[in-house]
Design a protein around this ligand. Structure first.
Ligand code: GTP
Ligand code: MG
Length: 195
């Protein structure tokens, strides 16, 4: 489903710019620098499809990719700290929230969480927003290549605990490394089941 089947469609800066809601849509949300764009690149096997960088706040638009005939993959700007002027950040944060709570065809939000840091209050805020909008979300741990197995266990326990009270949370957690390739086939298979 993924190889050679993903193309960049457009970057969106306002709700009015969203493409027609005629495909099943999944999005990648998470704090700035958590690895959203890198994960999209890793999933597709293309290094520079989505722009990734070490600067938090790299992605400043809602970036749409087509996946095959029936899906959109959506790379979102990060929330939390960003290396950009405050008015700019506030504008894209407002857009992000409007998108997450108002996109009819959004079937699942993957909420990415850094395996070293676990779920932060700002993640919980987004999860609560997704609960209210009745958008199913699934937690994806990123950068697992950077943690020891013992610390990964600790993060996993915290994440399970934090997810429990959220009615919109999908119970399975996917462990990934864009660097090493862990979890990519699981994530691809998961997306393929979303109709
Ligand atoms: P914003 O667009 O700023 O919100 O960030 P983002 O969530 O899209 O993060 P991005 O993909 O740009 O990655 C941020 C940094 O983390 C980059 O320096 C990546 O190389 C690094 N990174 C991403 N995924 C991994 C991973 O699995 N392992 C390691 N070691 N580094 C990673
Ligand atoms: Mg990004």
């Amino acid at each position: 489903l993924f190889a050679g089947q993903v193309d960049f469609l457009k970057g969106v800066v306002a709700m009015s710019g969203l493409p027609d809601a005629d495909r099943t849509e999944v999005c990648f949300a998470g704090r700035s620098n958590v690895g959203k764009s890198s994960l999209i690149n890793a999933l597709t096997g293309r290094k520079a499809l989505a722009r990734a960088s070490n600067t938090p706040g790299r992605t400043q638009e809602i970036n749409y990719f087509t996946l095959g005939e029936n899906h959109f993959l959506v790379d979102l700007p990060g929330y939390g700290f960003a290396n950009a002027p405050l008015p700019v950040v506030e504008k894209w944060q407002a857009l992000l929230k409007r998108y997450l709570s108002g996109r009819q065809t959004l079937r699942r939000a993957f909420v990415l969480v850094d395996a070293r840091h676990g779920i932060k209050p700002v993640d919980e805020e987004i999860m609560t927003l997704l609960d209210s909008a009745a958008v199913t979300f699934q937690c994806v741990l990123t950068k697992i290549d950077k943690v020891r197995p013992k610390d990964l266990e600790i993060t996993l326990r915290q994440v399970r605990e934090k997810l429990a009270p959220h009615p919109a949370a999908f119970p399975e957690i996917i462990l990934t490394s864009s660097e090493k390739g862990d979890g990519l086939s699981t994530l691809r298979a998961t997306i393929a089941t979303i109709k």
